[in-house]
Design a binder for this molecule. Structure first.
Ligand code: F6R
Length: 608
């Protein structure tokens, strides 16, 4: 949450910062601001409520003069409302600062440093800026080192000092920061989308170190006496700017929905050797799968929903307990895990703070951690014992689509390898399973081709304030994601229910024309699901039924039927996911909402 960027170099800092913020905007878009070190060495701060576009317009109209260094911020509000005063950068004496994260002890610091009368915003960030100003006596490294000793919570800061023109300082704890020295100058940002137009080589800012950008170099110092220099490992990113552009699609979400077949291939194919799953290039040993007595999957949101599908699939095959827990709950529980528990962490960004905390807790219990992560070099990836990288490329739309599909693909492959290692699959069964997984890719393509039909359907959904998703078994797990997608981008109140559970309360909410999206792809519970659909239909619901092509159902069971290609029940989620994503997408579009940047949300949730 919140995107931050810093620049020092020969080019126009204002342009670099504004362009970078546009790339980081998906991390938060309540307000945006820049702080520029002008050619006459004065600091100019410009900030506006709203998106980067508004800031750009404001700068064009009001900012005069040239700057070659500066900092920029796009905000997801935590402390204090969405106001101009609460927008970053914050000015405090000789300090100008931007922040991503939460300073938990800001009340104590306000009292200790007698800041009550100085603060003009309600933010924890401004408190940090004033504390730093109090500590500053001309030595930025020393003042920052002292600040680091005082702060509790998470932070990524970029800082300008009035009397240090051309230098941008940065530190981080938990919140992500990557930096690079490029031909265009020195840069630092919350994530690679801001750096990628300039370089494919970067480093992850190590926690506890201080970074200083100058026009000619990026310096990294250990935050101890004498400030010795450190040289972090340089990494290479394997995607380019094209992957982070809309490429002709009206929205990132639409583009990312269409990228799913490719992302699936990129994730699956390099891990098949002679028809069997092979993770030797990932360094994931079979012992990890043979030694465990239970699996505990921990994740948030969509990633957690991928885990719910995996649980429903894994337990019947592996015959060991598989538990799925929401990371924000797991981290405050006393989980029943030990060194024989394989903890599987799922995260697209690899930076979700609750998921990261869950990972650390799992390590405290001695459990080995295997993570499924999309962003290379992210904190979760670095701290895990083993990483299965999904190869979806950058996911920019706030609503996750392609990351979900490849998380599922990863989980299916892990299940297959595990079943093989534990003697639950023969080689032939494992090969067949992988063949079925690959067959899911054309099935997704088939659904992509049905988007026009799905677009027409949503007019029935967007008139209602509520919608229900129902299914049994795996279909219920798929429904959870369908409901989340719809609510987060169309603001329609959407709930997923296990179809058999409806009559224990929820069916009271079904009335004339309430949309019910019913998923019935699982043969062993098919007739039961159909009965549940009849129950809602009998109460006037508007039923949109998703079933396989060959499933035989009464003509009047549903108002609308979406047919997914015939494939093994276990793989139905892949085309179903595409259909549910389109339903959400077109509902958002139909309501004239911001598909890619829905209200109150941000892509990377780095606060608790
Ligand atoms: C919903 C969505 C979120 C994320 C969740 C976890 O569309 O994207 O629910 O799935 O915030 O994020 P990651 O996977 O980055 O840990």
């Amino acid at each position: 949450m919140c995107g931050i960027i810093g620049y020092s170099g020969p080019l126009d800092a204002r342009k670099i910062l504004l362009d970078g913020l546009a790339g980081l905007e998906y991390r938060g878009y309540d307000s945006a601001g820049i702080g520029l070190c002008m050619e006459d060495s004065s600091i100019c701060v410009a900030k506006t409520v709203g998106k980067v576009k508004a800031l750009r317009e404001y700068c064009d109209a009001s900012v005069r003069g040239t700057a070659h260094s500066g900092i920029g911020h796009t905000r997801w509000a935590t402390h204090g409302g969405v106001t101009q005063a609460n927008a970053h950068p914050h000015r405090a004496g000789r300090v100008t600062l931007i922040h991503n994260g939460i300073i938990e002890n800001y009340h104590e610091l306000t009292k200790k440093y007698h800041l009550e009368d100085k603060l003009v915003s309600q933010t924890d960030s401004e408190v940090a800026a004033w504390v730093l100003d109090s500590l500053y006596d001309g030595d930025p490294l020393e003042a920052i080192r002292q600040l680091m000793g005082l702060l509790e919570g998470s932070y990524g800061f970029c800082i300008l000092f009035d009397d240090q023109p051309g230098s941008v300082y940065a530190i981080r704890s938990v919140s992500p920061l990557v930096a690079a020295y490029t031909r265009s100058g020195a840069m630092i940002a919350s994530d690679l989308t801001a750096l990628i137009p300039y370089t494919n080589q970067y480093f992850v800012v190590p926690e506890g170190k201080i970074v200083r950008l100058t026009p000619y170099k990026v310096h990294v110092y250990d935050a101890v006496e004498g400030f010795p220099k450190v040289y972090p490992e340089i990494m290479t990113v394997n995607w380019n700017m094209d992957a982070a552009m809309k490429n002709g699609y009206p929205h990132y979400m639409m583009k990312e929905i269409h990228e799913q077949p490719e992302a699936m291939k990129n994730t699956i194919l390099p891990r098949i050797t002679r028809g069997l799953p092979d993770f030797s290039d990932d360094g994931i040993p079979d012992q990890l799968f043979s030694d465990c007595s239970q699996i505990h999957i921990v994740a948030c949101g969509t990633a957690m929903h991928a885990g719910m599908v995996a649980r429903a699939l894994m337990e019947p095959i592996l015959r060991i307990p598989v538990t799925v827990t929401i990371a924000s709950e797991f981290r405050y529980e006393e989980p029943l895990i030990d060194e024989k528990t394989l903890v599987m962490i799922i995260s697209q960004s690899g930076e979700t703070i609750d998921t990261l905390a869950a990972l650390r807790l799992a390590h405290e219990y001695g459990s080995p951690v295997l993570s499924i992560v999309n962003v290379k070099g992210s904190t979760i990836a670095r701290e895990s014992d083993y990483v299965f990288y999904t190869h979806a490329g950058p996911e920019i739309a706030v609503a996750s689509t392609k990351a979900y599909s490849v998380q599922l693909a990863a989980l299916y492959m892990i299940l297959c390898r595990m079943a093989l290692v534990r003697g639950k699959f023969t080689d032939k069964e494992a090969m067949d399973f992988l063949t079925d997984l690959l067959d899911a890719i054309p099935a997704m393509e088939n659904m992509l081709a049905q988007k026009e039909q799905i677009r027409q359907i949503v007019s029935h959904i967007i008139q209602s304030p509520d919608a229900f998703f129902i299914g049994r078994g795996l279909d219920y797990a798929f429904s959870l994601e369908g409901a989340l997608k719809l609510k987060e981008i169309s603001y329609i109140h959407a709930e997923a229910y296990a179809a058999g559970e409806l009559k224990h309360g929820t069916i009271a909410l079904i009335s004339e024309q309430v949309p019910v999206i019913a998923i019935a792809t699982q043969q062993h519970v098919f007739s039961k699901s159909i009965s549940n659909i009849r129950e809602v239909k009998a109460r006037g619901a508007f039923v949109i039924l998703l079933t396989k092509e060959s499933s035989v159902v009464d003509e009047n069971l549903a108002d609308i039927r979406i047919r997914i290609p015939d494939l093994d029940d276990r793989f139905a989620v892949f085309p179903i996911a595409v259909a549910l994503q389109f339903i959400a997408y077109y509902a958002s579009l139909g309501k004239n909402l911001d598909v890619d940047q829905p209200r109150n949300l941000a892509k990377s949730v780095t606060v608790e």
